[in-house]
Design a protein around this ligand. Structure first.
Ligand code: SAH
Length: 235
């Protein structure tokens, strides 16, 4: 299980690069395999479609059981909304599995925005493919109430354009409409875009599946164009 980071070559750790170089077979979405195309010489490439996670996990495990060295690549960190859990479930202890961490989207987005994650924060995915919406609402509510900085993954897709609107309504019940919000698209992928806005105006900007949204807590400020959540030092 190898994390490729948010998208640029410099964000792939040397450990992840080493794991890919060692592998005989590399399994993953075509987009991620394209990112490491130059490392693929002499390797078997197993590209699987977006929703085919279970099939991909079974295929990868079967190849490993057959004696191949297999790298399953994920964006960011494979243990954060990635494939690591599913692979471990499917492998069921039959083969040794190693998880190689990567720079997750929350780190990449935070770095683009300044330093919004300096205090306690919560990461919530707005995808209801695997988590029921009622549970998501409960978690959004609890994180908003607990004054956590909140990082939203999978913030919007065509199938569920309204989740981000409902999430915002929950935050507005617990936070000022002036609360800073950072929107980062394609962090560290060359075409990185960042917007600094607030809860009042956040929906006026494009938010899609390549975007990570960071909602500040009651202490978060914008200072010199950077989003900062003070840790509490007295200056
Ligand atoms: N395993 C990945 C997360 C997969 S969930 C990780 O650790 O980063 C997919 C979500 O991650 C996307 O919908 C988006 O919210 C976020 N994401 C992934 N790459 C990103 C990037 N380069 N810029 C902004 N957000 C990104």
């Amino acid at each position: 299980m190898v994390g490729l980071g948010p998208g640029n070559r410099e964000s792939i750790t040397p450990e992840a690069l080493g794991a890919i170089k060692e592998a005989q077979v590399v399994v993953g979405y075509p987009t991620y395999l394209d990112l490491i195309e130059d490392l693929m010489a002499g390797k078997e490439r197993v590209a699987t479609p977006m929703r085919g996670e279970l099939e991909r996990a079974r295929q990868a495990v079967a190849l490993a059981v057959a004696g191949k060295k297999v790298a399953v690549v994920s964006s960011g960190d494979p243990g954060i909304y990635g494939m690591a859990g599913l692979i471990l479930e499917v492998a069921g202890g039959e083969i040794p599995v190693q998880v190689v961490p990567g720079v997750t989207a929350a780190s990449a987005a935070a770095a683009a925005l300044g330093a919004p994650l300096m205090n306690d924060f919560a990461v919530i995915s707005l995808s209801d493919l695997l988590t029921p919406w009622e549970i998501m609402i409960r978690r959004l509510e609890a994180a908003a109430q607990g004054d956590f900085v909140i990082v939203l993954y999978n913030p919007r897709s065509h199938g569920r354009p309204d989740h981000i609107k409902r999430a915002r309504e929950i935050f507005l019940r617990h936070r000022s409409s002036q609360t800073p919000v950072g929107i980062v698209r394609c962090a560290r992928r060359g075409l990185e875009e960042k917007i600094l806005t607030d809860l009042e105006n956040m929906l006026h900007y494009e938010i899609d599946m390549l975007t990570t949204v960071v909602i500040g807590n009651s202490q978060t400020r914008v200072m010199g164009g950077e989003m900062v959540t003070p840790r509490g030092y007295r200056l």
